[in-house]
Design a protein around this ligand. Sequence first.
Ligand code: ZN
Ligand code: ZN
Length: 414
Amino acid sequence: MKAVLVIADGLGGRPSDCQGRSCLEAARTPTLDELAHRGAVGLVDPIRHGVRPGSDTAHLSLLGYDPYEVYTGRGAFECLGIGMKVVCGDVCFRANFATAEAVSDGLRVLDRRAGRIDAGQQLLAEALDGIALRSDREITFEFRASTQHRGALVLRGPGLSRHVSENDPHEAGVLIPDSRPLINDEAAERTASLVDELTRKSFEAWDDHPVNRDRRAAGEPPANVLLLRGAAELPDLASIEKLYGVRSAVVAGGALYRGVALAAGMASIPCPGATGGLDTDLRAKAAAAVEALVAHDCVFVHIKGTDNAGHDRDADAKTRFIERIDGEFFAPLIEQLDVGSTHIAFTGDHTTPIDFGDHVADPVPVLFVGPNVMPDVCDCFDERSAGNGGLGRFAGRVLPMLLGYCNWSPKFGS
Ligand code: ZN
Ligand code: ZN
């Protein structure tokens, strides 16, 4: 038996998306409709009724974890997702290259994304390497650039705390705020002052760096300061292998989703062409999933573009991308899998309606298909049909349900 979990980020929609129909309803999806015909559909509240999900917390919940118990912030997933080593006690941050100017009372942000810098980040990261942190010689840090203005930072050493405020002001024209301890505790105070120190030292190391001299000469904003947010420790997750005794893997273009899966003990399958955007190579992802199933029992595939189109409030882009998921991902996937011995689950991690442009608490359609799934009467995969589906409405835990159809669930009780 093999299992495939596919999550299209922000898949869910509302009637207001396309004049009375959601994007999923408006999209032509013959493959998904055929799978709905052969399987069963329903509605899932990614976390629980009435909770507006973040992508990280929703994924934890859909994978079977209780985010209220295990979630420690986004930074650790970002660090893991871009291949950094994270150990217990580290505090991880999401980082931005930003543009700032020195003023009398601090540093003022001019551009939070340094003009979406797309070259030279590696050289800037190297210029931070080896900088000693003032008071705390026993504290080390590692900074790594990822895509464009994004990066991640790990602080390592004794007595650190994730309970510190971010110093990203989320707007331009204002001073970079000091990081503050969020609890009354020496470790939080120390970590907050380290965040401030790192930000100051990044400005010292970068403002006159050759990369930025070139950027200024070309009329581009310098990437001269580091903003830090999403402080997190490594969450304590029992691995999928420990919980279910199966080998699992992830195919994802976005670092966050790879990070969540890695924290759950999945192996990351490289997939060139998976961009985490609307331009991703969906056929390559289907091929990577099929390949992953040779050495693994279960593969989780994350597809991000649906959410990007939702945040961009672009109904056409979301509808077209759903049609591509149908034709370029699911069609080749089921052609290459042995459908007699594979269970597939497909859902979203939340609803991202076009007119709202952000995540809402509405439930998301979910589909299960495979030899052990009792088919229901629905033969269409969308929000409206899913409301009449045989699976009813439930909260989270899609992966445990999928593994249950494969007969891999441990028994609770005797
Ligand atoms: Zn999401
Ligand atoms: Zn989103």
